[in-house]
Design a protein around this ligand. Structure first.
Ligand code: DOR
Ligand code: ZN
Length: 481
């Protein structure tokens, strides 16, 4: 790329962080792209020169797991409020989940959601299509309509979308495999949970920990192992959402060792909380899958360090405060906002020595960019990449205050009151400030773009193509040859 004579913006004085290095350099940005990285005296003239002394420049976080509730539940969250929260949290790309109303299960629903996103988003976005029992014949059309990948609820959660049978899942995987797209799994087995829930409820176990009792980690272990087997058979790429237990790491590691194209995330709440926090937080901490034992958190940290877990995401799941508070745990909505607090919580853990800043860049940006084919346009601060940058102050301390969240209708957080050191202070998306000096830039609304435009998944590795249901149906007597 030729360096232009004069550019839109030069950021100088900061330290650039990649997944392997940290180095002092200036960054030149023009037309939304990074056009130069290097010593300040080599930078072109610029309309604006921005002093980032004392700050670290990270590639913006890519959160592959947010629920923005729009359409259908926009009293909880909207594309405007959800992406404002992302911008304020240093997150520059979000992938949004299909358990809206209507669910994102056909091309018309995708088109409707993309329109809402385009008119309101502060940050870049991708939209998941639903993989369910009753829309297996829509999967190719969803890809055409522009989904970034699929979401399959193996266990039910908010929205109560019925989980597909293993038979429907296998056919879906067979159809998705040649498309090369990744399917993200809510990997908890519905039938085990329903069985335990009925019995616990009938016995009037209504305490907060009864939620954990209904969904012990075997629920997730069984689902991860089963999904990995279907993925291995078909060649469909999968991603395990919100890994919550140490026990899931074994089927994850085994599947990776067998060459399954499987990735996984965990979330800050599984790293930060454990069953000791239920007494204090009550139903506010209710989330699917549940926060588990202290030994699970320890194992998840190890999984992030050794690569069994690839990335951090938030499962940003806003609900109204009155929907979260309930003495009967079964009647409290599951989940809470997370996209605005993820980076501060993780940077605080960097400061505490749990991981390095380079590790954080790997799990928050590089790994998701690679897994969904957005690299090299995203996930790095380098020439030719989108200028999506979180400028963070590693020395700044703040107390997380739920009343300040930009998820304005869902100001309830289990992280409320936690003191964190390490805060994003400015966020750029496509070269534009969306947060500046810890304030949202209102004019940036509606400027976010669909990342489908840059998605470039590696070629698919389809397996057992001659044994798929479609192949067998083609051998039926009446089938056209
Ligand atoms: O607790 C949860 N809430 N877990 C999920 O997987 C979905 C989410 C929601 O949509 O509320
Ligand atoms: Zn979720």
């Amino acid at each position: 790329m030729n360096k232009p004579q004069s550019v839109d913006l030069v950021i100088h004085g900061g330290t650039i962080v990649s997944d392997t290095h940290q180095f002092a350099a200036s960054v030149a940005i023009d037309n939304g792209l990074i056009v130069a990285v290097g010593a300040d005296h080599t930078m072109p003239a610029a309309t604006e020169r921005f002093d980032a002394s004392g700050l670290h420049l990270l590639p913006g976080a890519i959160d592959v797991h947010v629920h923005f509730r729009d359409p259908g539940y926009d009293y909880k969250e909207t594309w405007e409020s959800g992406t404002a929260a992302a911008a304020m949290g240093g997150t520059t790309t979000v992938f949004e989940m299909p358990n809206t109303h209507p669910p994102t299960a056909d091309p018309a629903a995708v088109a409707d959601k993309l329109e809402r996103a385009h008119s309101n988003a502060y940050v870049d976005f991708g939209v998941y299509g639903l993989l369910a029992e009753n829309n297996v014949d829509q999967l190719e059309a969803l890809a055409e309509a522009g989904v970034i990948g699929y979401k399959c609820f193996m266990g039910n959660t908010f929205g109560n979308l019925p989980s597909p049978s293993t038979g429907a899942m296998l056919e879906a995987f067979e159809r998705i495999a040649p498309l090369g797209l990744r399917t993200s799994l809510h990997a908890e087995t519905a039938s085990i949970m329903a069985w335990r829930y009925e019995r616990l409820k009938a016995a009037q176990r209504n305490d907060a920990l009864a939620h954990v009792a209904a969904r012990p980690s075997v629920v997730a272990v069984e689902a991860v192992a089963r999904a990995a087997i279907l993925s291995e058979w078909s060649g469909a790429r999968i991603h395990v959402l919100h890994v919550s237990s140490g026990a899931e790491l074994r089927p994850m590691a085994e599947a990776k060792a067998r060459g399954v194209d499987i990735t996984a995330e965990t979330c800050p709440h599984y790293l930060r909380f454990n069953t000791d926090d239920y007494a204090r937080l009550g139903s506010v901490i209710r989330v699917n899958p549940p926060v588990r034992e202290a030994h699970d958190s320890d194992a998840l940290w190890r999984g992030l360090a050794d690569g069994t877990l690839d990335m951090i995401a938030t499962d940003h799941a806003p609900h109204l405060p009155e929907e979260k508070h309930n003495d009967v745990i079964w009647d409290a909505d599951c989940g809470f906002p997370g996209v605005e607090t993820q980076m501060s919580l993780m940077l605080d853990s960097v400061n505490a020595g749990q991981l390095s800043l380079c590790d954080y860049v790997r799990i928050s940006s590089v790994a998701p960019a690679r897994a969904w084919g957005l690299h090299p346009a995203k996930g790095r601060i380098g020439v030719g990449a989108d200028a999506d940058i979180a400028l963070v102050d590693m020395a700044r301390a703040e107390t997380i205050d739920q009343n300040m969240l930009h998820s304005v209708n869902a100001r309830i957080s289990p992280f409320h009151g936690m003191r964190v050191t390490g805060v994003p202070v400015h966020t750029l998306v496509g070269g534009r400030f969306v947060m500046r000096d810890r304030r949202l830039v209102a004019e940036a609304r509606g400027q976010g773009r669909n990342v489908k435009r840059i998605q470039n998944m590696p070629a698919a590795d389809v397996r057992n193509a001659d044994r798929t249901l479609a192949a067998e149906l083609a051998r039926a007597p009446g089938a056209a040859s």
